[in-house]
Design a protein around this ligand. Structure first.
Ligand code: O7M
Length: 255
């Protein structure tokens, strides 16, 4: 089953389009592991997928603690995304993606700045061979995103001046990406990227809550999934917070 199909099914099953970013403050590995599994157990009925970051994978170890989290998520029928933002030359990119896929991750994130040839092409190739997904960064959620994703470039293919993120959105189509990332803090960028991608490539939007993004404006601009971390993981009642985000998003999708 393709990653996109897996996500569609998970949304139908859970009634949620919230991806839990399982980010917790640095701690002793055993505490981090028990806290992560505890949050996941509480929150899983209200989310459609889980995203792990290197901030968790580094202290726990890919084939140690992380395996426990990936297995738990899969037992709860949730796809797991590895947010590794792959960003090197082709042969190491391929090896990195393969490691994460062998560890059970269903998709990886990657940076389109490295290009296709000897860049991300090997990542898409191994993902296809192993039937996993690749999500591309198109416009990040932080303030400095303008400096890279927002710069105006001379597109070598069309010879026109265009914003970098527009070129990345077009590459997501031509490379058959399984999704793109656009920050909820820039709803106008979500709208623009959605106009390019339509329903073919879904938009995953991080930045709701602590970073200042808003559920309603992200969803109404065209985000299909919300990636939410600290507003859930650091809440006094993570399950209740996840439910609130899920319900707010559902409400906007209905309107
Ligand atoms: O909800 P937060 O702010 O606590 O966490 C947001 C999560 O989304 C966190 O795990 C980040 O690594 C991730 N993220 C961003 O915050 N901004 C981006 O532009 C991209 C991502 C991301 O998920 O990239 C795949």
């Amino acid at each position: 089953m393709s990653f996109q199909l897996e996500m569609d099914r998970s949304v139908k099953r859970s009634g949620s389009n919230v991806v839990l970013a399982l980010d917790l403050p640095l701690d002793q590995p055993r505490h981090l592991l028990s806290r992560s599994t505890e949050v996941l157990e509480r929150v899983h009925p209200h989310v459609c997928a889980v995203k792990l970051n290197r901030q968790l994978v580094l202290p726990l170890g890919l084939f140690n603690g992380v395996q426990e989290i990936v297995s738990l998520a899969h037992d709860r029928e949730l796809p797991v995304i590895m947010d590794c933002k792959i960003n090197d030359v082709g042969h190491t990119n391929r090896a990195i993606a393969e490691c994460y896929f062998k560890a059970g991750f269903d998709a990886v994130t990657a940076s389109p700045f490295v290009g296709w040839d000897e860049g991300l092409q090997p990542v898409f190739e191994v993902a296809q061979q192993m039937r996993r997904g690749v999500l591309l960064l198109v416009f990040m959620s932080h303030k400095g995103a303008w400096e890279g994703y927002g710069q105006t470039i001379h597109d070598p293919e069309t010879r026109k001046k265009v914003p970098q993120y527009v070129v990345f959105a077009e590459k997501a189509l031509s490379w058959n990406a399984d999704g793109v990332i656009v920050g909820a803090t820039y709803p106008e960028k979500i709208r623009e990227v959605h106009a390019i991608l339509g329903k073919r490539v879904p938009i995953y939007s991080p930045g709701v809550g602590v970073q200042g993004g808003d559920v309603e404006s992200a969803i109404k601009a065209g985000a299909r999934y919300l990636i939410v971390g600290r507003a859930i993981t650091l809440a006094e009642n993570p399950a209740e917070s996840a439910k609130l985000v899920r319900d707010a998003a559902k409400q906007c999708l209905r309107e």
